[in-house]
Design a protein around this ligand. Structure first.
Ligand SMILES: Nc1ncnc2c1ncn2[C@@H]1O[C@H](COP(=O)(O)OP(=O)(O)OP(=O)(O)O)[C@@H](O)[C@H]1O
Length: 601
């Protein structure tokens, strides 16, 4: 019960704005329960006066009143239930939006630790479970409680002594519910987790379908799904069994209660204090009184099961964003593009060692700084700090001399554009994909960005041109073409600082060469921090940073570092001189047709 209270306290504030509707729904619930109680009393009156006396004239009055009560009950029942559904759905809508907003602010390591399918399940199934706890739970509790109170009052009015016996037995229902609560909650928890695992397996398998098919992993994937599906089935059957057993035990408890009342009634009749008719009317009445009490017990179980979803959602809501907007942000200023790291160190949350240690460098406006080094050296981490996905654990990073932690996040990301390692494509048209670099850009601006990114020609050649629908994982365009769309998107963003993370990764040599020219155009006039293993642009860089084991081991220009014969010289060694020359040739070409480019290279 403590968990129900805690979960309720956590999510109840989200009903703000809907509380007047909840009050109205509870008003409907009360009127509905009153109408039902009146119907029962009118039934007792009909039994006593019309049926027992065999009088038709005594029938009409109670009959009309009963019909009126039934009509009123139906009307408020409809109103209350429709309103309850609407309020519940509004709550789900708001809760999901809240959780989604929160999730969007969480740092990359959160998404590395949680399986995507499980997060999807939390945002769908678990959100609905909380609704059960908060909105439907409140309405259901009020409905059952008011019905029980009104019927109890009516029972007292009919035969107070028998009614008291009935009340004494009522806690049996609640005790039974309590006995089952633990088992039902446990299976609900397992079921929710298994739901998430199934979604994850399906999503991961379908997302990696090429790997599955190429490596004949179908059997292994089926086994993985089967394992999770069986876990779900076991939890689901366990939960259903516990609920069913509860239902059946409650039936027996109810029979026990009815028999106790009949036994007592038989004693009363034998003493001449009660007629058979009175006893039958009271026994019929029990049929109304116990369901709401049963419902209260059942509701307790539903709420307990819903706390399983609440715990899973709470885990997400408790995850803290790695960075927040500064409390006292500096006012926006025309950014020039000075980027500086001052002894910056960084350790990922939960990691035992530093991924970056004491990194210091400066990039002036319009300069190209190339960051290279072996795999796992800390290069991407550097880009994550510069775009403030994380704050350094020691030292500082500044933009035009202002520490990033004092710069409003939105302003920072408007001024520092990131072209990440993986080409990120949104579900939508090519136009929309480019436009998201600067929402509101005109068609002419989009086309001009595409031209600069050497993407216009292949886009225009598509049957639907800029209106061609693309989606993540699309096969309609090649990796190089998608990368050029991403470049066009970045091109549109008037950001003075550019962070390129392996812009040619995943592209073959030819495709990589094709993006060189668009990249040069993109970089021109912007401070560019380019993380790369591909050193073809190294001779152009104003400075090269060599990172190894999280430390900056060498800094200098291509010529200086080659002359030094250190780590950089070793990294650059396999690079044949001719490649550098080829790039210079490509550089001088005005956006060539792709076939021409292929021939020249
Ligand atoms: N979320 C994380 N939690 C803990 N450690 C991490 C996390 N992400 C990266 N690391 C570690 O930080 C180190 C630097 O990683 P990073 O991705 O910056 O390397 P990189 O130089 O970009 O490598 P690559 O060239 O292969 O992309 C690695 O040892 C990596 O294992």
């Amino acid at each position: 019960m403590r968990e129900v209270k805690e979960a309720f306290a956590r999510f109840w504030p989200l009903t703000r704005g809907d509380r007047k509707w909840l009050a109205l729904i509870i008003g409907c619930v009360i009127v509905s329960a009153l109408a039902e109680t009146a119907s029962i009393l009118l039934f007792a009156e009909l039994t006593d006066h019309a049926l027992k006396a065999g009088s038709l004239s005594a029938f009409w009055g109670p009959a009309v009143a009963w019909l009126g009560a039934a009509a009123l009950g139906a009307f408020v029942g409809y109103l209350g239930n429709s309103l309850a559904t609407w309020t519940a759905e509004r709550f789900v809508l708001r809760l999901r939006a809240n959780v989604f907003r929160h999730v969007q602010d969480l740092p990359p390591d959160f998404f590395q630790k949680h399986r995507q399918g499980d997060l999807v399940e939390r945002l769908t199934g678990d959100v609905e479970a909380i609704e059960q706890l908060v909105v439907s739970g409140v309405v259901g509790t009020f409905s059952a409680a008011f019905s029980a109170v009104f019927y109890a009052a009516a029972a007292l009015w009919l035969r107070w002594d028998l009614a008291l016996v009935t009340f004494l037995l009522a806690p049996l229902f609640l005790v039974t519910a309590r006995r089952f609560a633990g088992r039902i909650k446990e299976s609900a928890q397992d079921e929710r987790a298994a739901d998430g695992a199934i979604t994850s397996v399906v999503e991961e398998s379908l997302g990696n379908i090429v790997l599955t098919q190429a490596y004949n992993r179908r059997g292994a994937e089926e086994k993985r799904l089967d394992r999770e599906a069986r876990a779900w089935m076991r939890a689901s059957v366990r939960g259903a069994r516990a609920s069913e057993m509860y239902e059946q035990v409650v039936e027996v408890v109810e029979t026990l209660c009815v028999l106790a009342v009949i036994g007592l009634g038989a004693w009363e009749i034998s003493q001449g204090r009660m007629t058979l008719g009175q006893l039958l009317a009271f026994a019929a009445f029990l049929g109304y009184l116990y369901p709401p009490i049963r419902n209260l017990g059942q509701l307790g179980l539903t709420l307990t099961a819903a706390t399983a979803g609440a715990a899973r959602l709470q885990e997400i809501l408790d995850a803290k964003p790695a960075v927040t907007d500064p409390a006292a942000p500096v006012a926006p200023w025309p950014v020039r593009g000075w980027v500086s790291f001052h002894g910056a160190s960084f350790r990922y949350p939960g990691s035992g060692r530093e991924s970056l240690h004491d990194v210091t460098f400066t990039a002036g406006p319009g300069e190209l700084v190339l960051v290279t080094g072996p795999s796992g050296a800390g290069k991407s981490t550097l880009s994550k700090l510069l775009t403030r996905f994380y704050d350094p654990t020691a030292g500082a990073i500044c933009l035009d001399g202002v520490p990033l932690s004092d710069v409003p996040l939105e302003f920072l990301r408007e001024n520092v554009a990131l072209l990440p390692q993986e080409t990120l494509i949104l579900h939508g048209t090519i136009r929309e994909n480019i436009e998201c670099g600067r929402p509101g850009a005109t068609d002419t601006e989009i086309e001009s960005a595409a031209r600069d990114a050497a993407a216009h020609d292949f886009i225009a050649a598509l049957p639907d041109g800029y209106d061609t629908e693309i989606a993540p994982g699309t096969a309609a365009l090649s990796g190089g073409q998608l990368q050029r769309i991403a470049i066009a998107r970045a091109m549109l963003r008037p950001a003075p600082v550019l962070v390129l993370d392996e812009p040619t990764a995943g592209l073959d040599a030819l495709a990589a060469r094709r993006v060189v020219l668009p990249l040069r155009r993109l970089m021109s006039g912007r401070t560019t921090i380019m993380i790369t293993h591909d050193l073809s642009l190294a001779p152009d860089a104003d400075s090269i940073l060599v990172v190894d084991g999280g430390r900056l081991v060498e800094t200098g220009t291509h010529t200086e570092l080659i002359a030094r014969g250190g780590a950089y010289a070793r990294l650059a060694a396999p690079l044949p001189e001719t490649v550098t020359e080829t790039v210079s040739v490509a550089e001088t070409m005005s956006v060539p047709g792709e076939d021409t480019l292929m021939l020249r290279l």
